[in-house]
Each structure stands twice: as structure tokens, then as C-alpha cells.
Design a protein around this ligand. Sequence first.
Ligand SMILES: *Cc1c(COP(=O)(O)O)cnc(C)c1O
Length: 368
Amino acid sequence: MIPFLDLKAQYASIKTEIDAAVLGVLASAQYVLGDEVAALEREFADYCGAKHAIAVNTGTSALHLALLAAGVGPGDEVVTVPFTFVATASAICYTGATPVFVDVEPVTLTMDAAKLEAAITPRTKAIVPVHLYGQMANMDAIKAIADRHGVAVIEDACQAHGAEYKRHRAGSIGVSGCFSFYPGKNLGACGEGGIVVTSDDEHAKAIRMLRDWGQEQRYHHALKGFNYRMDGIQGAILRVKLRYLEDWTEARRAHARRYSSLLAEAANLETPVEAANRRHVYHVYAVRSRDRDGLQRALQAEGIQSGLHYPIPVHLQKAHADLGYLPGDFPQSEAAAREMLSLPIYPELTARQVEQVAAALRQDAYVD
Ligand SMILES: *Cc1c(COP(=O)(O)O)cnc(C)c1O
């Protein structure tokens, strides 16, 4: 069996350090925020090339607070893409604003900047590009349009720790960038976690207050805040893992190159493209096929797990039917939802496993 993800293998590889980190927090009794979380914030801000980082309890909370700090609220519109995890749109809804979708580019599956301007109205307060699968969106074009309209760009970098666009790290181009530390992400906690990075002092200050009941000083609540604090244990674990992130990312990239070369001749599927001037961190390695479901069955027959990211675009989700979108509104997102198949990819995957997955896919290609 080849699992889609193997978190036990990652834990086994660094068990001594993780166990020591957890025991350290237990002994310190700094269970919520505390020194380990503060150190993680400094180290992750450095990693992203940003001035500040504010750790929170989930990636969704990171998006929610980044939007609030940008002044997003009821009556506003926030432009994003429908081909993403539902949390991107949900975080916009939490603020009382309305998500407005633009379709994705056919190859990178990130926001199509050529369609962005038409979605901007006098109510638009922010744009949230999603660095899907670990590849950054076309940030120059998006930023130019945002600047022209005086609208904030908030990066949904929840899948893109360490990704780069023209040597700028994910999270460092917009006014803020939001990351998830959900266990399966490229940098994952042993539980939930998230973080916002920003180089704007005012945004950092607001986000820091909002995650902790809107207080700067205990029991003085200047803002209507939330309990979005990170656990001390997660902070300590994430600090250990952050030291391995570059090696893990290079391992993912090597697996991706190997997959792409082994699958180059497969007639019935397309492999992912790393766009020029970008560093793709392959949170997801997804192939594209008209016979996606057939390929998934062929893998399953060989005991190989695969995933669908994502089978239903957000504009067609029942939960967001109130937005009034219809099938056909975003053809690229809808086609991607039908055709994308995510293969196992994680640092601990072996070269032999990559070959087995590719062989199972090629077999199917020959039968067709
Ligand atoms: C994982 C993810 C989120 C949400 O992060 P959580 O930590 O699960 O709340 C948001 N957007 C994208 C694109 C994600 O992949």
C-alpha cells in the first residue's frame, strides 16, 4: 500500500526532537502562546522575509484576521478564486463581506489576472489570490491591478510555505500572507495551527490584538476580538519542523521532477507545470486527465491512494448557493474539478514508491 500521506514516517524521523520539545512545554507550563510561540513567530517571519508574524490557531483564523486588519467588513466585496479549499471563501464570509469569484488560469490553476479587473467594483476591499498546490499566483499582475484600485492583497499561502515568485517568498508580497499548519500541510503541527505574516506594523498590531480578545493589556479590550491563540506545544513542535522545511521542500521537488519525467510519455494525462520565475513547493502534485476517475481506479487497484483537490469548486457548493453562481460561470475551475488527480507526495516517499505510482498510471495509459 502507498498512502497519500505518511505523517507517522515524518514523526519517526525526528521523534527525539519532537518529544523533547513537547516535554519542554509541559514542564514550562506555557500552554497557550508563551516563549516557544514567540520564537516561532520570529523564525517564521524571517523564513518568509517579512517583518512580523502572528501565530494563531488555524489557517482559517489567519485569513479571517488578515481580512479584518485590512478593514474588510459588511457591505464589502473580496475577490478570490472558486478553485480552492472552502476556507478561503468562508473566512471572507466571517467578516460579513461577500466573496466575488474570478476564474483560474488553465495551467497554473491560480487566479487569472486577465479576468481580475472586471470583478472589481467600488465595494471591493481586498483581493485574495490562492497559491494553489504550492505554486504562487501571478503576483506582479495581481498587485498592479490591486494598486491601481487601492485594494489590499492578502495571500492565501496555506499550501505554499517557502514557495517563491521572482525570489520573493509566499506571504511577503501582499500586505499580509496567511499560512495553515494543519498536520498535512508542508509545515504541519500535531494538531491545528496557523500564522499571518506581514511587514505592516499597523496590521501586525491589529492582528496580534484580535487573536487574543482584542486586548493589548489584560482586561482592556480595545477591539471586539477572538480566541484564536496558538498552543505552546504546537509552537515548540513547529520550531523543530521549521528547521527541516527546506530539506523537506527539496525532497518534494525531487519527487515531483521524477514523477514528471516518468509520466512525460503518458498520452492520457498532463503533468504539472512550474511557471517561470517561481518555486513550486508541491504541497500537492496533481496530474490532469479527461479520464481522471479511471486513473484513480487504476491506482486503487494497485493499492495506491490518491486525492481530489477539489472535486467541487466553491461557487457550486451548497453552502455558498446564496452567492447566486451557476454551473458554467467559471469553466476553468469546473474543468479542473473534473480532471485533477493528486498523487502521493511527501518528503519521506521513496524513489521506488514514485516509480510504482508512475508505473500504475502508465499501465492504464497503455490499456486505453
Ligand atoms: C488548509 C487551507 C486553508 C485553511 O487552513 P486551516 O488551518 O485548515 O484552517 C485555507 N486555504 C487553503 C488554500 C488551504 O489549503
